[in-house]
Design a binder for this molecule. Structure first.
Ligand SMILES: [Zn+2]
Length: 174
């Protein structure tokens, strides 16, 4: 499965001259913890998060506080690769680009939704999406043989937590 299929494409962004107060309003209003920063061309130039807002009280605009070191993916990146980034880089969201342009964002919540919506045919292993299981498997025709997925459909296994510093006990980013 590709990121383009599960990303949120109505992506909210701010521009680099958006004031910190406006950024705060955007995060608050949409109940999001971070937002991409774009230039006039719609090219992503950074990401600003609630952490940046709190950590940099002297900043005036998004440009002053955003992190420029943005991990992003393309629409055709596999969901499994994004899952890996979200887990191992300990980030919450990844901007999705088409060429240089921001076209979407994929978050932990998007992957959670995939788990909630995915049904697996117990006979042929076909996966279908939907709020309810399919009446019959569209692939092999087995009636009501679909069960909720037990693992993320995007790859195997559960989260592997971050590493802990042996000296100070703090979690360290990998
Ligand atoms: Zn089937």
């Amino acid at each position: 499965m590709k990121v383009g299929e599960i990303m949120t494409s109505n992506v909210i962004s701010v521009s680099d001259d958006t004031t910190m107060r406006e950024v705060a309003q955007v995060l608050d209003r949409h109940r999001i913890s971070g937002v991409p920063v774009c230039d006039g061309e719609g090219h992503i130039v950074g990401v600003i998060s609630e952490f940046d807002l709190i950590a940099k009280p002297d900043a005036h605009t998004a440009k002053d506080a955003m992190s420029r070191d943005v991990i992003s993916v393309m629409e055709d990146t596999s969901v499994d690769e994004v899952r890996y980034l979200l887990v191992h880089r300990r980030i919450k969201r990844v901007p999705v680009l088409r060429g240089q342009k921001l076209v979407g964002i994929v978050s932990r919540a998007d992957l959670v939704r995939e788990i909630a919506l995915t049904w697996v045919c117990q006979v042929c292993g076909d996966t279908e999406r939907g709020k309810d299981p399919p009446d019959q498997c569209p692939k092999c025709g087995t009636p009501s043989g679909s069960e909720p997925t037990v693992s993320p459909p995007v790859g195997e296994g559960a989260e592997t937590g971050g590493r802990v510093c042996p000296t100070c006990g703090q979690e360290v980013a990998i």
